[in-house]
Unconditional design. Sequence first.
Length: 339
Amino acid sequence: MNNNSSNNAATALSPPLNIVVCEDSVVLPIQQPLLTHLHFGDSSENGRDYLSIQTELELLGSNLFAQYWFTDQQVVQASYKNIHYAHTAQMMFGLIQLPCSTGGNFHALAHKAYCEIYECLQSTSCMHLLRTWNFFPQITDKDSQRLQQNRYEVFCHGRLQAMHDRGIKAKVYPAATVIGSHDNNLQIYFLASDTPGTAVENPRQTSAYHYPVEDNHTQPLFSRGLLKTWGQRTHFYVSGTASIVGHETLHIDDVCAQLNESINNVETLVAHANDKHHTQLNAQDDLLYMKVYIRHREDVEQINQVLAARLSNNTPRALLLGDMCRENLLVEIEAFYQA
């Protein structure tokens, strides 16, 4: 079967999954089965009969930024241990949130969370992890149990250990975001499917799973981006992306230059996906939204100036207060393409 036939067959079998983004609105925009509702900032919705997830990061410059993930399949809600999830036979969106204490065993907590995630996936038909979002406090602080590592490095090792313990031999890593929050929870939410996505790496950047690390550290296991076909639509989930070329941070102490470099990385990734996987994504027109994680709230005005120059005025963007996994990073972005 040639590539075109294979793609056509996958499209015919895959159900639709459409994302609608709303700013400063809580009105349900479409009357279709809802896989999940993600929101940032204040939401006054009551009596929800669907999975609704709020990220605790502070939303800067707006009251609400919401996403609605629609399909045409019947959606069922369920739970597994500490995970709440909504699913069809071919897609799943889940949430796990665990209390995270300052002096606790964070490695055990991260390991527990990902063990439950992989166990949950293995109990359903949606065994392929496509996209994860991970938030926890003190991301660059030294870990109280493993003094040679910070919490981000401990998180990476706990996730890897969970994969080993649950027999996960992934050939395709999910796209991922890992950001330091200012609350007291480890919060992870995720998208999974019964079929895998297609990983895309950035030729400007060393693949995260090939980062050079010291003996007691672990490479981050994520793809720079992941392509997935849902019905007639192509989704491109772009991981958290920063001012990193090769594996080195560029433009230290210059938030505008870091943001421009981050956008350069995303645009290069889109071009590489088009070239290598024959997609036809437009780096501007097909950008459904961009999330911008900001270390210092006083940088918001400069960041908005860069975004105004680099993005279409019609592109929704959410600015969120959070910490990056490297102390010398001031900003990180993630992007979502829908074509």
